[in-house]
Design a protein around this ligand. Structure first.
Ligand SMILES: [Zn+2]
Length: 291
């Protein structure tokens, strides 16, 4: 008798925009213009039938501005002008869907750059999932070195260490179904949300792969690629940007693997954290609404 495969859980997903910064296009993609373009800070809102409400990153938050008032942290804000219109504040967007901060059970952290973790302190009940390798590489630097790498330690809640689960310590690593990537981390224990190491931009970025109810296969890839056109046209970031990456060769390997996957027929929807094209195409859905 053949076994009926277990029905995959119905995972709902919406993409939110939580502020943006400006950078020249050529930084994000070789051959781009010198003019400044918008880099939206995109956040994944996920609803899992058993694990509840989950965020992938938090985008910007008011804490970003309070943590960048002094030297050297103010230099970060100077080179990266940030805008966070009131209607894009994450708590406001969640409230409009009938979701309170305390309803968010888990926040998956792609990496510890300020534009991804600025809102962590707003979610007192959430547990965090991140890679230990990423955290360790940030903590190893002094204050100036941390700012240069866009890490603002004050953005972490005081009790962060007691609330974090390290992806590397999840039992039973999964085989990630696409070539060019390492093992997958089973983030909630049922195989449905798979963390994938995407090294290069930082020491160990955590991508998130799942099959969404309305979307099919989705792969949130953080800053492993800044614009989807970069993958489609094989145009990685400008050489200048590599001076801020943790490992240029690893970045290129991750980028090449993502390109294969983004171009593969039947491949997942690849969602970079700062891609305005992706936002224009996929933003604005409201599959998760408790209001
Ligand atoms: Zn970023």
């Amino acid at each position: 008798m053949t076994e009926t495969p277990a029905k995959p859980p119905a995972i709902k997903f919406d993409l939110l925009k939580v502020g943006h910064c400006g950078h020249p296009e050529c930084v994000a993609m070789r051959g781009g213009g010198l003019g400044s373009i918008e880099f939206p800070a995109l956040v994944g809102l996920i609803e899992h039938p058993a694990a509840g409400l989950i965020l992938y990153d938090t985008g910007y938050a008011s804490h970003f501005f309070s943590e960048t008032k002094r030297v050297p942290e103010c230099l970060y804000r100077l080179v990266t002008p940030v805008r966070l219109p009131p209607e894009e504040v994450l708590l406001t967007q969640l409230e409009s869907r009938g979701i309170a901060a305390s309803d968010i059970g888990t926040i998956v952290i792609s990496h510890f750059h300020a534009d991804h973790i600025a809102g962590l302190r707003n979610f007192p009940k959430a547990r965090f999932v991140a890679t230990q390798a990423e955290r360790a590489s940030n903590e190893a630097r002094g204050r100036w070195g941390q700012v240069r790498r866009a890490y603002l330690r004050g953005l972490l809640p005081a009790d962060f260490d007691s609330r974090v689960t390290w992806a590397e310590e999840m039992p039973a690593p999964l085989a990630f179904p696409w070539p060019g990537f390492g093992v997958g981390f089973d983030l909630i224990g049922d195989g449905s949300l798979v963390g994938v190491d995407l090294p290069g931009h930082t020491a160990s970025q955590l991508g998130l792969h799942f099959r969404g109810e309305e979307w099919g296969e989705v792969f949130l890839v953080g800053d492993a690629c800044w614009k989807i056109e970069g993958l489609e046209q094989d145009r990685p970031p400008a050489r200048l940007a590599y001076s801020l990456f943790a490992d240029g060769a690893a970045y290129d390997a991750t980028f090449a693997a993502l390109r294969e996957l983004a171009m593969a027929p039947g491949g997942p929807i690849v969602i970079p954290s700062h891609c305005a094209t992706t936002w224009a195409k996929l933003g604005g859905t409201r599959h998760i609404d408790h209001a």
